[in-house]
Design a protein. Structure first.
Lengths: 506, 168, 506, 168
């Protein structure tokens, strides 16, 4: 597909080809720009906020994503039927599928994102490494493309151990194997190849040096269709579990203005190397000596984009839509300025006390934290059933502070205010982290959560109170059952014991 | 009315007799306890200390949400508590423990064989669900008595995957 | 009372002598600073959020404010009983009562605010005019203190008509009389004096020139106990009804950087003239030629403080607490920078289609708008009864945008998302205003809402949809009553007609 | 089932017969109507247009909240509608109209005298409540038949303050 396969023109109706919090995020941005929205839903999402808040909504199939949110033909059909002129893919699902961007182009729909070719190149890790390297971007030391196992074993000698066997296609840690010494390499190669083959239908693998005690820091960029590309500073994303980010912050405490400028310029060069258009993110690994290496580029809006919005004052999703409409960027690099500190906690339906096992069930109660410096992006609702069909993200809790310390203290406050019942969430994990000395003192890398973080540090402070409250409620239930309480004698909607001051007023 | 309420391994004796008062482990507190009309929110003032919480009943216990933490509380009145004790239904695991699937998914790997001795916390099964691989671990030391699943097999929520019995 | 009557020292527990959204605001700020909070409540506020979120809560009396939130002895008693070391008065109630600040001082409690003397001087309009004028602050042309009616009639000749007869004490428009020509002056004087006498027990009145087509613009200042005073820019507050602000924005489109600096310096001078400490606001009238005149100083946190927080990035309530703890300001004037635009809409329980009559009743449902750039400060809850005892403020809806236009568009989105049932609210008024061309094009002054704004401009867009929805619900009720629906045949928790796509799946 | 539903001065004829379908003023729409478990929220898809609303029943009408606007809707089935028409209970004001206090408060001023002719919209009483003075105006042209209150008097919610009759 040629790089020409990119439409940009004014449009007034957008199909939001996604669900959950990001669908809501996009609908709100469209609403604020006076753009009509078309939502889509699978059987289980009929009552989801993104269906209720969109101007129009269409059913597209059964809960499994393959039969709904990944069904390209169906989505294009809905776009045409509803008269949508553009498509915003959000993140996940079809966001990084070149064929979807291409199908939109073929159907005369503006794809709110980069060209199919840019998606394709950056989606193939080996091609991406080659392309950005030619543009002068430092990459993690590793093997050349197209080597067979024997050649890879030779290459490993030059790269040195420990190293990582990686699949060129896909992501999410699939087809990845760490190798400590040469003896284990051969097995790792065949294993990884098999896994990649089955997961992505592409067994191409390569080697990457493992950088010890490294951080994951990424740069947000914006590129318009007029050749302007700017960077919006960095995000510190080292806190991960199984290659899933759990907490992100902006700015990063290891990045000073000079380093920010260098990383930013490298990120812009990487984007230019594929004539990148729209919002994108370049992920880097940063070693102990603050040397940084290109890891990969995400060719779509990032889950953690809000922290950049809070410190720069920009609205990234609105910018995506403006760029797709063919507008020039309103900001020059020198207009972009970082103020304050922002932290995002991903609130997932999982049990932090039990290996973070996903927790399915129906959400019965939600109370969101509000007030100064607190933003919640969410797509769930009371009555929402957490199923295995979709990712376990319940919401993104984002806090702003004048300093990192104040952002952390505000996050503690917001986590404490947050009420979700019906499923277990990782809120206690976030509370532990906000209290953790290593987190407060920046002493973490990409391995911290998995290897060196434990939930047991913090004892259950309110266990006695919990016992009392459960007992009071149980007692009430007994009373009502055994009719000790004469009906009507008490307002059942607000049953209670009379407290001292009330009795005084009798 | 006297209750014995258990959280984790703490036991508390709680007496509710007078209005506006509660006795916890022989200590008396003044309380003002309110149910809000607003979706299950509770407000407790206990000696003027203020607590907001949500309490929901589960099959065999109460779930209490306070300050972001979820507590599982077992509440028994004196009689029920004595009966339970008599029947030896205390809290620590004895007899056969079964490992069941917390959600629908696909079995990626089985880490144990029948007859194998394992420690509490050892991996038993790897279950893929919600795009993630999840390790199901043994709740106790013991011997694997049965394995009901094999890799590649998809399972329902609450389906029993394996059982762990006492060591011989 | 001497200016020495001001304590400042470290404290770890604060009594919040207020209710509603501002009590919540203060509790959150304390929580974020690790300070314990003590809430107080009247009979009707037992279930209010500020009671549930405070660490401790004490009942202080009956619903009428005089018997609870205005009961100084009771509040001091609760402070001592709870071991609170400081008191935050919020706004309204006792916030600008010098005797309360003094009572706190006498009880050895830190009063989070200025000295009793500063409150006293600024609370007396004539004294305030005199004091700031001596400090070189321009004031609205008017009469000297201590004139009798005849002298006032003479003074009126020099001042010129139209003019305003004002009471020196109190506020809220009481004892205020506009006079167009000399013939009506005598009656106005006696009338105003009577009203002031009965309202404030002080019949002192004076004259002020009426400035035609003027705007109300105020400057937020912060002053620490070490002699540092800075200004945080201005707020445009011209949109008022009966001397009550309804919509505020920051910055003001009539204020350029040069004018901001001049107003700021004048505001700082006014504050210094009473050795002001803590957060305060200097209100100015600004005429067509952008000349500004001191109107009055509010010696407490302002309802509309959040818009300044959003454009400066500072947390004003946290600063209040730091200052009261005796800390030096962390910011120099040159560190304060205005970025973007913020608008606040005051959501009141009143009927915009019926002379804004207060609407009493019980709130049944609340759904707050969320997402990027939206902040809601609220103190009400489902089940809350709006009574005549307290002001009708339900919440403050605050939106941030990169530009004024974007802030307005976001406010429209947020107003549309906001759901409140049980009482009538002025949300439709705000929606009208956000659509009004005069508002969009800055063409308004302090008289705009009362004299030239009408609700009828905008037609009820969704009336047909409303008819359909009411009919669907009524029909359902009929069906259930007449048992047409066999029980169990449908899930009553989510009753519906099967739609096409569902039938297809059978 | 056929209904006549009135909003302001619009009347709509609405028929609900088939599943997933509704006829409004002889025009047919496909609908998917959902009650959420979440505090009275409704979701309607009508020919794929999406609307979220809250509907609550009041004494004599339905209150509908859509996009921030509150609509008062009168819903009658055919029979009830005919009866109402017959009884001449149409919407415009006839006979004596009474002005009652919308909330508890203090009467600050009475602007009319008994026997005085007034226009719709004229001030009748000034009521102070919630720290604000509120003007209560006449809902119709006519003559003041009774004034029940005087300045300084405090009144309850819904207390009748004055009545307006036809001009002689």
């Amino acid at each position: 597909m040629s790089n020409k396969a990119l439409l940009n023109k004014k449009f007034d109706k957008v199909l939001v080809a996604n669900r959950g919090e990001i669908a809501m995020r996009i609908i709100r941005a469209c609403n604020e720009l006076g753009i009509q929205t078309v939502g889509v839903f699978s059987d289980v999402d009929r009552n989801a906020p993104h269906v209720r808040y969109a101007n129009e909504a269409y059913h597209i199939g059964k809960p499994p994503a393959l039969e709904s949110y990944l069904n390209i033909e169906k989505l294009i059909e809905v776009a045409k039927r509803s008269g949508a002129e553009a498509v915003h893919p959000g993140y996940g699902f079809l966001a990084e599928r070149a064929e979807f961007a291409h199908a939109c182009y073929e159907a005369g729909l503006v794809f709110v994102g980069p060209s199919p070719r840019a998606i394709e190149v950056m989606g193939d890790k080996l091609a991406a490494r080659k392309t950005v390297q030619e543009a002068g971007v430092p990459i993690v030391p590793g093997s050349e493309p197209g080597l067979n196992d024997d050649e890879l074993i030779d290459a490993a000698k030059k790269i040195g151990y420990p190293l990582l066997v990686k699949a060129s296609a896909g992501g999410g840690g699939k087809g990845m194997r760490p190798v400590a010494e040469q003896d284990n390499l051969a097995d790792a190669l065949s294993g990884a190849r098999r896994e990649a083959e089955s997961a992505f239908g592409d067994g191409t693998i390569y080697l990457e040096k493992i950088i010890p005690e490294c951080r994951h820091i990424e740069i947000q960029i914006l590129a318009d269709t007029h050749g302007n590309t700017i960077y919006l500073g960095e995000r510190e994303c080292s806190l991960q579990r199984r290659h899933q980010k759990v907490i992100e912050e902006a700015p990063s405490f290891v990045v000073d203005p000079e380093m920010r400028e260098r990383m930013g310029q490298v990120a812009v060069a990487a984007a230019r190397s594929v004539n990148y258009v729209n919002a994108g993110t370049i992920e880097f690994l940063v070693d102990k000596d603050k040397k940084f290496y290109f890891l990969e580029m995400n060719t779509r809006v990032q889950v953690e984009h809000p922290i950049t919005e809070l410190v720069t004052g920009l609205d990234i999703v609105q910018e995506q839509l403006r760029i797709a409409r063919g507008r020039k960027l309103r900001y020059k690099q020198e207009d972009v300025e970082i103020r304050g500190w922002a932290i995002e906690c991903r609130i997932n339906a999982e049990d932090p006390y039990n290996d973070f096992l996903p927790s399915t069930g129906t959400i019965t109660t939600i109370r969101l934290p509000t007030g100064p410096g607190v933003r919640v992006d969410t797509g769930v609702y009371p009555g929402y059933e957490v199923t295995a069909h979709y990712d376990p993200l319940i919401s993104k809790l984002i806090c702003y502070g004048e300093t990192r310390g104040e952002a952390i203290l505000r996050m503690r406050r917001a986590l404490e205010e947050y009420r979700i019942m019906g499923v277990k969430t990782n809120i206690p994990f976030h509370q532990h982290m906000m209290d953790s000395h290593r987190f407060l003192s920046y002493q973490f890398d990409t391995k911290f959560v998995e290897d060196r973080f434990s939930m047991s540090e913090r004892e259950a402070v309110d266990s006695l109170e919990a016992a009392i409250l459960a007992t009071l409620v149980a007692h009430r239930k007994d009373q009502q059952a055994s009719q000790i309480v004469a009906p009507g004698e008490r307002d059942t909607s607000n049953w209670k014991w009379l407290s001292r001051w009330e009795r005084l007023q009798r | 009315m006297k209750y014995i309420s258990t959280v984790g391994n703490e036991e508390h004796i709680i007496e509710i007799d007078k209005e506006g008062q509660i006795t916890v482990d022989d200590q008396i507190f003044a309380i003002d306890f309110q149910h809000l009309t607003d979706g299950g929110l509770l407000s407790l003032l206990i000696d003027n200390r203020s607590l907001e919480a949500i309490v929901e009943e589960r099959d065999d216990h109460w779930e209490v949400l306070i300050h972001g933490e979820l507590y599982a509380v077992d509440v028994k009145d004196e009689r029920a508590y004595r009966l339970a004790k008599a029947r030896g239904l205390s809290t620590e695991v004895t007899g056969e423990a079964s490992i069941s699937s917390p959600m629908p998914g696909l079995i990626v790997a089985v880490r144990v064989k029948e007859g194998q001795e394992i420690q509490k916390g050892d991996q038993v099964v790897i279950l893929e669900s919600m795009k993630m691989e999840n390790e199901l671990r043994s709740p106790r030391d013991g011997t694997v008595t049965h394995v009901y699943v094999s890799p590649g097999q998809s399972v329902e929520k609450n389906q029993i995957l394996a059982t762990i019995g006492d060591n011989r």
